[in-house]
Design a protein around this ligand. Structure first.
Ligand SMILES: CC1=[NH+][C@H]2[C@@H](O1)O[C@H](CO)[C@@H](O)[C@@H]2O
Length: 497
């Protein structure tokens, strides 16, 4: 196979300088890493051992003369921040330098893409494992680069979520937002309200009555650990005050009239609301926030806030005024869909923009008051949107989104009335009304998630040149998904290798 070029990396690195001769990974290669970097060395070895069949021992120091891949944490340069890295490839060895393990891990993801595509095979292949010579210096444009998985409309098992974590972390995505409750299902164990999961996550809950199930606290803790090993932080979401039918089926006292609504397996939205005037509502909300915050080491706790069409505007403000401060009370930063920006209590919150427009006066006003923004425009970043009318899965209410649509926008300047300084980054939501299996998830997520990842990580893109570069690098990446068994969509816009 043709040698990989040093620049053929997704997301595009900040600077790439090919030079000198290639490094060749062989049976004698040693991974050198100080104890502090051992967790990343373990991930590197796990990535390279299956396809090479090499032992790739990990040592604190490489023996003289052995070909070495060295992970070197500490004092790599302030400009790199926590996630940046320097990758140097010489005939004698490869060195990844970074200020800490997150940067080393990012450098390892780049290194994987510089080896032949067969490196992603799960069984040994007889290939010359060369890495092109030269230097890469790299660091992210935005701190928040997220993917969202809707666990509520269809429940995806911990194994499926872990596979998705593996796949998104390859593109330096560093947040996974789990949409854990909605009208059709409740997907996380809450001890103080046990029926939420046992009733709301029972078999038969979900769109079309399939896709029941829920995460126990043990499942969730295990996912948090698994994600953290791959430098992905979990963001849990309980959507309120709308999207609560499953909770009200489990606890009718959460409705205003005390009558349990029927379970819902359709895909309508906007018909449910917590009872804003009842005190039990706020005990429920505080209990859920307290238990979720205790399970979540990450900084954010998402409390939804979208499509509260069954809540009056005044009641919505009353609800957010009481609930947003609860997130802070339990040590987290409140995060919600951009409708929360109507609340004065959102000044220290993050608003996730999911609108179709290129301006939002209510959001701009909140930003002037301190609210930060994560960009998820539904007509650019929603991975549940069909690619085109022929796509068998997904929805189309926002737009048809082909790869170029997902790539051809700028999270920093998309909203003309929100300054780039208020934009924390970007997130690609994947709603699961029509998605049941990991194959369904992969078909809709890839390749467009790679586009969103590049918008979040790489320096400001300039079209059309960067689109041409991106589509070429994406085309070359296709065989890697094939080796990984990822069921990606072979978009006709891309020259697949
Ligand atoms: C924030 C938001 N609320 C709605 C909207 O996005 O569209 C999604 C489908 O694309 C749907 O599942 C979700 O409930």
């Amino acid at each position: 196979p043709p040698a990989v070029s040093l620049g053929s990396v997704l997301p595009a690195p900040v600077s790439v300088r090919p030079s000198g001769s290639a490094f060749r990974l062989t049976a004698g290669t040693v991974i050198a890493a100080p104890p502090a970097a051992r967790p990343v060395a373990d991930r590197l070895a796990a990535a390279l051992r299956p396809a090479t069949g090499y032992r790739l021992p990990i040592r604190a120091h490489a023996p003289a003369g052995a070909p070495v891949i060295e992970l070197s944490p500490g004092h790599a340069g302030a400009g790199l921040g926590a996630e940046g890295y320097r990758l140097s490839v010489r005939r004698s060895g490869v060195t990844v330098r970074a200020n800490g393990n997150a940067g080393l891990y990012a450098g390892v993801q780049t290194l994987r893409q510089l080896l032949p595509a067969a490196i992603d095979a799960s069984t040994p292949r007889h290939v010359r494992w060369t890495v092109p010579g030269g230097d890469i210096v790299d660091h992210p444009r935005f701190a928040y680069r997220g993917a969202m998985l809707d666990e509520a409309r269809h429940f995806h098992t911990p194994a499926e979520i872990k596979r998705y974590i593996d796949e998104i972390s390859r593109f330096k995505i560093n947040y996974l937002h789990l949409h854990l409750a909605d009208d059709q299902g409740w997907r996380i164990q809450i001890d103080s309200w046990p029926r939420l999961a046992t009733v709301g996550g029972a078999p038969g809950t979900g769109v079309d009555g399939v896709g029941g199930g829920y995460l126990t606290k043990a499942d969730y803790r295990d996912l948090v650990r698994y994600a953290a090993e791959r430098f992905v932080t979990i963001v849990p979401e309980i959507d309120m005050p709308g999207h609560v039918n499953a909770a009200q089926v489990a606890y009718p006292e959460l409705t205003c009239d005390g009558v349990a609504p029927p379970p819902r397996t359709d895909t309508e939205v906007g018909y449910s609301s917590l009872c804003i005037g009842k005190e039990i509502t706020y005990r429920f909300v505080e209990d859920v926030i307290r238990e979720l915050a205790a399970l979540t080491p990450g900084p954010y706790l998402h409390i939804g806030g979208d499509e509260a069409h069954a809540t009056t505007a005044a009641d919505y403000l009353t609800f957010e005024r009481r609930v947003l401060p609860l997130v802070r009370k339990y040590g987290k930063t409140a995060y919600g869909w951009n409708e929360i920006s109507r609340s004065p209590s959102a000044s220290d919150a993050v608003a996730q923009f999911w609108g179709l427009d290129t301006s939002d006066p209510a959001l701009a006003a909140a930003v002037a008051g301190g609210t930060k923004v994560v960009m998820s425009p539904a007509n650019r970043a929603y991975l549940d949107m069909k690619y085109d009318p022929s796509t068998p899965l997904g929805l189309s209410w926002a737009a048809y989104i082909e790869v170029q649509d997902a790539y051809g926008w700028d999270p920093g300047t998309r909203l003309t009335d929100v300054p780039e300084s208020a934009v924390l980054g970007v997130e690609a939501p994947l709603w699961s009304e029509t998605l049941r299996s990991i194959d369904d998830i992969e078909f809709m997520a890839f390749p467009r998630l790679a586009a969103i990842a590049e918008l979040g990580w790489s320096p400001t893109r300039s079209l059309p040149g960067d689109w041409e570069s991106f589509r070429a690098r994406l085309g070359a990446y296709g065989p890697r998904w094939a080796h990984q068994g990822v069921d990606f969509y072979r978009s006709p816009q891309i020259p697949w290798a």
